[in-house]
Design a protein around this ligand. Sequence first.
Ligand SMILES: *Cc1c(COP(=O)(O)O)cnc(C)c1O
Length: 346
Amino acid sequence: MPFLNDLTMAHSVIDLRSDTVTQPTAPMLDAMRVAATGDDVYGEDPTVNQLEQLAMTLTGKAAAVYVSSGTQGNLLALMSHCERGDEYIAGQQAHTYKYEGGGGAVLGGIQPQPLPFNHRGELDLDEVVQTIKPDDFHFARTRLVCLENTQAGQVLAMDYLKEYSTLVQAAGLQRHLDGARLFNAAVKLGVEAIDICRYFDSVSICLSKGLGCPVGSLLVGDVALIQRARRLRKMLGGGMRQAGVIAASGIYALQHHVQRLQDDHVRAAHLGRAIADLQHVRLASPVHTNMVMLDPTSVDIKILSTYLETQGIRLSGPRLVTHLNITDTDIQQIIDALQRFDASVH
Ligand SMILES: *Cc1c(COP(=O)(O)O)cnc(C)c1O
């Protein structure tokens, strides 16, 4: 009974909590089954090496390292760019700052300096400039300014990235992108990932989100940075052995699951348009990619989630995320359920 999971688990519930819930497809599992492997701690796993090469080509960076998760990729970036007593600037709502257990501070002795994201998911660049600390022994040394793209499903404009990059470089600081959903941004803008990555010194990329892998992320940057990251990865317990088995899913995803992100975006947009027509349930922000964000002041999200759960639809907070395992039929079912809920609100 091959791929029972595909047929049963994925479709028993329409799971919109995140694009992390995807099941590996049959051809992805085939690619994993036949992957050539070696000991990656010795640098001898040909499939991991091939994945890292592919990441370098796609991002235009000189080096890449395969890591267990996006959290590990971001942590390695922070610790490779910064020393103890240094500081990084990031969004108040940024994954790196808010959702990664404070790893930079706990493990790297790196002080975060959060600033609010505006409604487009950007850091205000004037505010960034004012926040960069002067060279003075009273202060932590500001070293790094992090962005996130996509941020809560929103794509950062290329003009903004250019301005950010010029400014950060002029200040002599480093530029890191949390590109967990880099390819969603690239596909949405109709540009190549490399066009976005040129504005950053390092980029972390999740393979286990919209790209549909069971596990894995990448960190790319220059040779010296990735050398430091490799040492830190080992220190953090992230050195893996015959990791080609999982890396093969990454190669498969980068070859076959990038352009199809467009399908997720089209489905999310369709869902967004249907929600815009409702009386009570409202959107919090425009739908750019695969995330539909509901306005939590428009309806009680708890009551909505409880109702949708009875309809076989699962949310996490106000967020509806489309992915590899969400079909057009699912979207129609979600719209029907939302319309029934909306009509029941007084
Ligand atoms: C998911 C995610 C990460 C990394 O998450 P892991 O679960 O550790 O792979 C980083 N940044 C953003 C924006 C994310 O959505």
